[in-house]
Design a protein around this ligand. Sequence first.
Ligand SMILES: [Zn+2]
Length: 419
Amino acid sequence: VLSPLRRRIVGTTMRAGELSRSDLARRLSLSRSSVSPEISDLLAMGVLVADRHSPSTGGRRGALIAPAGPGVAVLAGVDIDADRVSVALTALDGTVLASDTLEMDAAADPAIALRGAAEMIERDLAPAAGPLQALGISIAADVDPVTGRPVSAPTMPRWADWPVCDFFAERFGVRAFIDNDVNVLALAEAAHPHTGPGLGPSFIVMKISRGLGCGIVVDGKVFRGSAGFAGDLGHICADQHDRTLCACGNRGCLEVLAGEPAILTEADALADEGRSPILAALREQHDGVLTLDLVGAASAAGDAAVGSLLRDVGKHIGFVLAGVVSFFNPSAVLVSSGLGGGEDILLNGIRELVYQRALPFSTRGLQVMRSHFHRDGGAVSAAVLAAEGWLGMAGTVAERRALVSRTSRSSVVTDGTGP
Ligand SMILES: [Zn+2]
């Protein structure tokens, strides 16, 4: 068990990727002399390594400190989506040691999905060479900030109040942390060595899957709103005149115009009507079922009809995001989808409407770009949640505990270990 200072040292190093001793001390607002002995101990323990690129210079004063690679500690991430469960095991330095996906109707059967995830982790742990330290869960549903359990989501109603954290904490004997999938993505982006510092402290991450949600980072921390449900972009009205009924009961929601089911319905129509022979051929090769992957592949192959579809989807999203950008003034909008090569056209559609409609001051310096974590990266981002939770960096647990003490409830299971 690491002391709070050592956890801050490891966590700060993980977020930076690599740091000199003096940079590390500066970031922690501590003197070099108070940090140095702790670093030496962490180096001796193998939790940190010095100069991984040129080990011969090892412990000397100018050496760069980095988190340890495989063999020291293992973090597990579980991503639960309506139609699949994925797991990933990572080392402290972010190396992915193993990953696995189970395609199944996870929305319909929480018990089978959880068992499947646990079995994949058990199978992958043996060759992962290192003790499991913590587990993070990313789920495509809102999570009650007090109980730590999913609340009823239109796409995953059966998961409501399921003790997901307890299940994994008991099965693996480690602390487990859970959050809504887009909040986990936002946290992972904020902690990503290549994103965090470059993007500035306030940005948003949007995920396109069966639903359409948004994680919000304010001043480097995930913002969840007063009751934990901020960022529900999918149910903002994108077209007042659209009569399509949304699962939430409203009409004209962004989700019914730009969510995965909407994209796939349009794509099927393109294939059916002969407007996209590439898509029709891809569908034929994949048992007659289109996925976002295939739509993205058709677009990347230069299919004009699919490109036009994705641009229109991007414009619907951009219409809503323009309001968000004017209101919130983020430094970036990061988009995560399963579209692969088709994502660029979608991003162009988003940019077009955002720049057209948002106020010029709010778009100055704004970046609209891909997330580092695509659909397959959900489990890896959940492993980041595990790391941040384990190191006490996430704010997730601390914030929730603060919320709990304010509401003075006693049944807290946010991290699987109780209050
Ligand atoms: Zn809706």
